[in-house]
Design a protein. Structure first.
Length: 439
């Protein structure tokens, strides 16, 4: 079968690897069906990009999808880092893979499965993320379908998400990891080399390079510190003095990340991410290189191939600040509402009374606005409702400012300048709203 008529299904086409692979394969002339639970507006490339609830689809429905689109190659890029609301490592890495394998068998088509996994061995797997990834490999190996398992190292791409965004942020600030974490093996792989490998596989019959597992990463061993230092050269921060973070600060950050994960956020710094970082990323790419002839790019050829642009620098600096913005706004709204409702209720009510509000309205307005403020903070705290909460906060703040200008103009010149400070708070909410996107 010629490469130009071999049809490919990419599962997880909205992710870092899935999106790049989808676009790259299309650029090489392959017809590609990109499937994701949700695609951003910029990711929707046409009729072959599908939004489907793939995680809830049964094997029969998946098999029908493969038949309807006459799929020859399935690239599975689906994965989640850690259990949480809407994220179940066992469901994504094991249960779904089992249904996908059944669908491939039931499709009555000669399909190759290309599965994206992680480096490492069962001896070093400690997290639910790594153990379920390894269980998926076992299911695939025992399935009888034609397969190739790819284990990319630390993925370096123009886009940044999750761990790659965290590495860039470390490089953009005058902070450094503890010595033990810096020394962890961290062999990178260029996104282009992953895509080239999948294109090489897609151009071959399922019997070729079948039932093999390849480590995809540069040959030369490097450490996490080496990777961060390379990005420092790109950002121009290589000569900065740096403060070494104590290990307990990493663990604290990971715990806070776990807490935010329960609210629907997916920060890169979570306990699983830190555990995997400390284990390191290493492997042997010799078999992959010998089979495909691909010579993997080194970190200095990928991260260092172009100087950082202003958008690179802004993203790297703002990425960790985003969490601080959201947390501070949650505290601001909840605390201000709580103080007015409980701690300083008499003072808050007194402001209204002293400005001529009817006594019958003072208590309802004081209680109502306090509860509204606290509700805005709660809405911002949850990822699913954060955008609505931020918009509500902006509208409420502007309402307070306009209402005060009409009803209580003297509050604008009171010594502590509470209303004057509302303006910067509105700007902060606008910035938070504009940086909510992850992809």
């Amino acid at each position: 079968m010629n490469a130009d008529i071999r049809k490919i299904l990419v599962l997880g086409a909205s992710g870092l690897i899935g999106r790049f692979v989808t676009d790259d394969l299309r650029g090489r002339g392959f017809p590609v069906v990109g499937v994701a639970r949700k695609l951003s507006a910029s990711q929707k490339g046409g009729a072959l990009d599908l939004e489907l609830p793939v995680m809830s689809m049964e094997a029969a429905t998946l098999a029908q999808l493969l038949r309807d689109h006459r799929i020859d190659v399935v690239v599975n890029c689906l994965g989640v880092l850690q259990d949480g609301p809407g994220s179940d490592t066992a469901a994504v890495h094991c249960d779904f893979v089992a249904r996908l394998l059944q669908a491939v068998r039931d499709s009555d088509r000669a399909i190759r499965l290309v599965h994206i996994s992680i480096p490492g061995t069962t001896e070093t797997d400690r997290t639910a993320f790594s153990t379920t990834k390894r269980e998926a490999e076992r299911l695939i190996a025992e399935s009888g379908v034609a397969f190739t398992i790819l284990r990319p190292g630390f993925v370096v791409a123009l886009a940044a998400y999750g761990g790659s965004a965290m590495v860039r942020s470390l490089a953009a600030y005058p902070f450094d990891l503890p010595a033990a974490e810096r020394a962890a093996p961290f062999q990178p792989i260029a996104m282009e080399d992953i895509a080239a490998t999948i294109a090489w596989l897609a151009a071959r019959d399922p019997g070729e390079a079948n039932a093999v597992t390849w480590d995809l990463m540069q040959e030369q061993p490097v450490t996490l510190g080496d990777v961060i230092d390379q990005f420092r050269e790109v950002f121009g921060t290589g000569r900065w003095w740096r403060i070494v973070m104590p290990a307990f600060l990493l663990d604290l950050g990971a715990r806070l990340g776990d807490l935010s994960n329960q609210l629907g956020w997916m920060p890169p710094m979570r306990t699983t991410a830190i555990a995997e970082l400390r284990r390191g990323v290493s492997g042997d790419p010799a078999d992959w290189m010998a089979a495909t002839g691909i010579v993997p790019k080194r970190i200095e050829q990928t991260a260092g191939k172009r100087p950082a642009t202003i958008q690179d620098k802004w993203f790297a600096r703002l990425f960790p600040i985003k969490a601080l913005m959201i947390a501070s706004l949650v505290v601001f709204w909840v605390a201000s509402g709580f103080i007015a409702l409980v701690v300083s209720y008499d003072a808050a009510a007194g402001i209204l009374s002293s400005h001529g509000f009817p006594p019958a309205l003072v208590a309802p307005i004081t209680i109502g606005t306090s509860l509204m403020d606290m509700s805005i903070g709660v809405l911002i705290a949850f990822r699913r409702t954060a955008a609505f909460g931020l918009i509500a906060g902006i509208v409420a703040s502007l309402g307070y400012m306009v209402g005060a200008a009409i009803l209580t103009p003297d509050l604008w010149i009171e010594p502590l300048g509470a209303l004057v400070k509302t303006g910067p708070a509105v700007v902060l909410m606008i910035v938070a709203l504009l940086t909510l996107d992850n992809r």
